[in-house]
Design a binder for this molecule. Structure first.
Ligand code: SF4
Length: 479
């Protein structure tokens, strides 16, 4: 009898021996944010239970699923190009079925079937539990669509099947959806209203991951600071909760503490934060527990109050700078990264200079910077003309990226001469003789392999750096 490959939370066997040989082959491709990659692991878990076996070989797939992103036009173009490629594969594998998942599926709904003839099935981010039924429909030759958004689905009862995992780090989703209607963002329309997952099931998943040898988890959500568990249901209905539910509710700071205490040796990260929802008790909890990493991804999008208002970002430049000052006061070596948009409608040169001066104030460790891309259905698309010329958008984006590069180097240079605790994740992309891992600040560290191995916590003396990577030598195992 072959070795058991995976067990779910109830311990029931998923797929063994001959079943595996005759299993239908599932190929999943994911695009976009970490939330999508985490969702693909939920989808794999649901379908492995239905007798599918995951494969990395597109040509041998019975079912191909593309987990799509809709955050920018370019992301959707990437998916369309990929679907085109599948036409050639379908010629050699005509029984292959193609399904699209994620935000683009939710945004386009059944229109996706008209626009992309190779697609048989369209499934939104909240409808993955309906996949077995939808697959039955396409097996019977019909197209299948389910893009219903949910008020309470968090997939908290499903144990993800880790895909392309390094066996060391894993994502654990804690909330779904977003209630912040930033005018440029498609997420509230494609992922629905905010709802949080039961903290017990989150801690259970973290404990299982530790038992399987994982050493780091990233708690995931579009807006983790808004996490609030009060027995289930949408965040926006919290005011209708009973006094007992309100008194015993778990907010993000409490959840962080629960996870930190549950596995004191497990490294804990979280993403993505929103400045308007981040509270000081979260920072205080980070400062209190060594296993919560000193790194915050804190998107700001613009440094101009006028543009922040037009984006419906519910904080001012000043409030954001105060938050940064509090983070640096409470956790002096905390690394901070940003999201920035160049060329939002009506952005003037002065607004752009405000963005550059805010970056000068924070000196971010790294960032994700893009030119404004109008998203259909968003408030900005409906009410604001995309009036900043492409050339101006490009020039401003270039200036933001160049400044970030300079600040990135300023930040990495501060690590030279220091000894940093690094968790080894795998072999460096640039050299087979070197390990890559990350320090608490989420900065990549590269050093010679010696006697260490993947999953080890190693103290590394930093000797040199680039604007994004630290280079050093191991000086021993970390206690
Ligand atoms: S916080 Fe704003 S940018 Fe982030 S997912 Fe929500 S709506 Fe989009």
């Amino acid at each position: 009898m072959e070795k058991i490959i995976e067990e779910d939370r109830q311990g029931s066997v998923l797929l063994v021996g001959d079943q595996r040989k005759h299993a239908r082959k599932l190929y999943i491709e994911s695009y976009g944010c970490q939330m999508n990659f985490s969702d693909s692991e939920i989808v794999a878990s649901i379908l492995v239970k239905e007798g599918f076996d995951t494969t990395q070989e597109l040509t041998e797939a019975d079912l191909v699923l593309v987990n799509t992103c809709s955050i920018r036009e370019k992301a959707e173009q990437t998916v369309r190009k990929r679907l085109e490629k599948f036409n050639a594969v379908k010629k050699v594998n005509p029984s292959m079925k193609v399904g699209v998942l994620g935000c683009m599926a939710e945004r386009l709904k059944s229109k996706f079937l008209e626009e992309e003839k190779i697609v048989d099935m369209v499934v939104g981010p909240d409808a993955y539990k309906d996949l077995p039924n939808l697959i039955q429909e396409i097996d019977e030759g019909r197209n299948a669509v389910n893009v219903l958004l949910s008020k309470d689905e968090t997939y908290g009862d499903i144990a993800p099947v880790r895909l392309n995992s390094n066996g060391v780090t894993a994502f654990v989703s804690i909330t779904r959806g977003c209630d912040n209607m930033c005018t440029f963002c498609v997420v509230p329309f494609t992922r629905g209203r905010e709802r949080s997952r039961d903290p017990k099931s989150i801690v259970e998943e973290v404990n299982e991951l530790w038992a399987k040898g994982y050493k780091e988890v990233t708690l995931l959500g579009q807006n983790v600071d808004s996490y609030l568990w009060y027995g289930g249901g949408m965040k926006k209905d919290f005011d209708k909760a009973t006094p007992m539910q309100k008194a015993t509710a778990t907010n993000f700071a409490k959840l962080l503490e629960m996870v930190a205490l549950a596995q004191p040796k497990m490294r804990i990260r979280f993403s993505t934060s929103n400045p308007q929802d981040m509270t000081l008790d979260v920072i205080a909890t980070m400062a209190q527990y060594d296993n919560i990493c000193n790194y915050i991804h804190l998107p700001v999008q613009s440094g101009s109050d006028r543009i922040l208002k037009a984006m419906n970002r519910l904080h001012t430049r000043e409030e954001y700078m105060t938050l940064i000052a509090n983070i640096k006061r409470m956790i002096p070596d905390c690394a901070i990264s940003q999201d920035m948009i160049a060329g939002f409608p009506t952005e003037t040169e002065e607004d752009h200079q405000d963005t550059l001066s805010l970056m000068e104030y924070v000196k971010y460790d790294f960032g994700f910077m893009f030119a404004y891309s109008e998203r259909p259905g968003t408030l900005a698309a409906r009410k604001m003309k995309d009036d900043v010329p492409e050339a101006t958008k490009k020039r401003r984006l270039r200036e933001i990226i160049d400044l970030q590069q300079k600040h990135g180097l300023y930040r990495t240079q501060q690590h030279i001469g220091k000894v940093e605790e690094v968790l080894i994740e795998g072999t460096s992309k640039k050299s087979d003789l070197h390990w890559m891992g990350r320090n608490s600040q989420n900065t990549v560290v590269v050093f010679p392999k010696e006697q260490y191995t993947v999953g080890d916590f190693v103290n590394v003396k930093i000797e040199n750096c680039t604007s994004a990577t630290l280079i050093g030598n191991a000086v021993g195992f970390s206690e």
